[in-house]
Design a protein around this ligand. Structure first.
Ligand code: PEP
Ligand code: MN
Length: 337
């Protein structure tokens, strides 16, 4: 439930409610808005009688929240969450671009990509060091060596880094290099990993499982938030449907729906959604038109030679075109790039 304070409620009245929440064995989550303060009651508060709060001084109303997610919910936190990443604000008016190869392959590939992206105004470089591959015989990523190369790319270009951790044990190592830790689609409900990234406290890019509902995605985010890490960004990357012409089906409706239900920033990954570079730019435009806070795009200087996901990777010149097209859409929906 949430306790909505009257506009102009006194600090001691707000504190009174927070104390009552704690006395009852729950956690209070405070959201201080321009108009009024909202106090979220965290825990299984179903047995609690609403009048315990409603009759307190300064309280306007008590609202029971039927959705199972709380910290992730807009009811608990009406303002958009803005996550600062190395000087760029994710979740604000600006649409944030993340781009880079599916996997870090070698220094030359990574540096060529990083310098080109920097030139195009990208702020965040992606690149997998630990790769969750469907086949054990496919390239599994360079592991720690991949992280070293990402650190080098960051040092040389100043780009922020997002890279995936596949297991809780990898989280400390990944956090040494990454500005954002990615939790991949296949790990969306790996609860020990969610626990680990929650405790680590680094910003998290949480990708929607390919067979997960939006509610399951929000509950996965709730795990990270409930471990004290509020810097969570969600990513829709395509879900499984009966369609076979695309690798997955991009659920564009996830953008407005998630934006309504949660305050967390929402990214779209049109690369994994389509599996084909030719459809990446049209869907990137659609994502920004629908209100996405950012895009994560796979690019490769030589997609024909890529060790993973070459078919969906944009060449650098084609990515430059995407940036200009997306910029025009961003302006049309009163955002910047
Ligand atoms: C990735 O972004 O590198 C990736 C593996 O994506 P997903 O987890 O969405 O399949
Ligand atoms: Mn990939």
């Amino acid at each position: 439930m949430i306790v909505v304070m009257k506009s102009g409620a006194a600090p001691h009245e707000i504190q009174g409610v927070v104390d009552r929440v704690n006395e009852l064995g729950f956690r209070a989550h405070l959201s201080v808005g321009e108009e009024r303060t909202i106090i979220g009651v965290i825990g299984d508060e179903r047995p609690v009688n609403e009048s315990m709060f409603r009759l307190m001084d300064g309280v306007e109303k008590v609202v029971r929240i039927l959705k199972p997610f709380k910290l992730a919910s807009r009811d608990f936190h009406p303002q958009d969450t803005v996550v600062p990443i190395d000087g760029v604000s994710v979740g604000g008016p600006r649409v944030v671009l993340i781009a880079g190869p599916c996997a870090v392959e070698d220094r030359e590939q990574l540096m060529e990509t990083a310098y080109a992206l920097k030139e195009m105004g990208v702020h965040i470089l992606r690149g997998g060091a630990f790769k969750p591959r469907t086949s054990p015989y496919s390239f599994q990523g360079l592991g720690e060596r991949g992280l070293e190369l990402l650190a080098e790319a960051k040092a040389e270009t100043g780009l922020a880094i997002v890279t995936e951790a596949m297991a809780p044990q990898q989280v400390p190592l990944v956090c040494e290099v990454a500005d954002i830790v990615q939790v991949g689609a296949r790990n969306m409900q790996n609860f020990s990993l969610l626990h680990a990234v929650g405790e680590a406290g680094k910003p998290v890019l949480l990708k929607r499982g390919m067979m997960a509902t939006m509610e399951e995605l929000l509950m996965a985010a709730e795990y990270v938030l409930s471990h004290g890490n509020y810097r969570v960004m969600l990513c829709e990357r395509g879900i499984r449907t009966f369609e076979t012409y695309t690798r997955n089906t991009l659920d564009i409706s996830a953008v407005p729906v998630l934006k309504q239900f949660t305050h967390l920033p929402v990214f779209i990954d049109p690369s994994h959604a389509t599996g084909n570079w030719e459809w990446v730019t049209p869907l990137a435009r659609a994502a920004v038109a629908a209100g996405a806070d950012g895009l994560i795009i796979e690019v490769h200087p030589h997609p024909d030679k890529a060790l993973s996901d070459g078919a969906q990777s944009l060449r650098l010149d084609r990515f430059a075109e995407l940036v200009e097209e997306v910029r025009a859409v961003a302006q049309a929906v009163h955002r910047t790039l």
